[in-house]
Write a protein that binds this ligand. Sequence first.
Ligand code: HEM
Length: 197
Amino acid sequence: MKKFSKFALCAMTIGAGVFAVSCDGDADSPTPVPPAELTLYEKLGGTTKVADPNNPGQMIEQGRLSYRSVVDSTITLIVADIVAGSNGNLGAHFAPIVGEVSNGNATNVAVLSKNLTDFFSANTGGGDTNTYSGLGMVEAHDPAQNPRMGTKANDADYTKFIGYVGAAAGLNGVTDQALIGDVVAVLESLRDPIVQE
Ligand code: HEM
């Protein structure tokens, strides 16, 4: 997990067009360190506390709220496409979860939402206040190790998944192209461990 989080952050910084010396692993390099680039978590609102729209009376960090909103919309879009029988939907992979939701059991979807929100927050700069304690990416996406993963994902599934995240970002008002490029860079950095077919 940590291995991918560092890679994700480096990919994100390079994706934003800024060379970050800390990513090349050469501590003795004389190259001047450019001004600190904001982390993706900061760009999405950072640690500023705002009212949590889902939990009246509670506060939530804006960065975390941004991720949670996009994660929840992504899940909704994926499930809606599966229920509608859309072409190329991700039904086979998410069958165990969709089965539960169809039976009115949303408990594990809530856990998935929390884990995905923790994962993105902790690995893109929100690590001081967010901790991910779920499975590693290889384990989580291998049906032999995680029976909640219906079938292995291939490259086309992965690209489709990124499309859902992009659509979900748009639904939540994330329209800045540079910011979307940063998010896509993070997602692309995880293709290798998640695509296992
Ligand atoms: C950037 C891409 C992705 C990221 C960052 C990601 C991340 C995660 C995380 C953090 C979990 C939770 C693990 C746990 O609860 O311990 C998870 C579970 C899962 N992922 Fe992914 N995933 C990605 C892409 C995909 C794709 C492309 C598919 C299928 C086509 C997929 C299917 C699943 C399934 C079925 C689960 C199990 C859900 C559950 O336990 O309720 N994921 N993923």
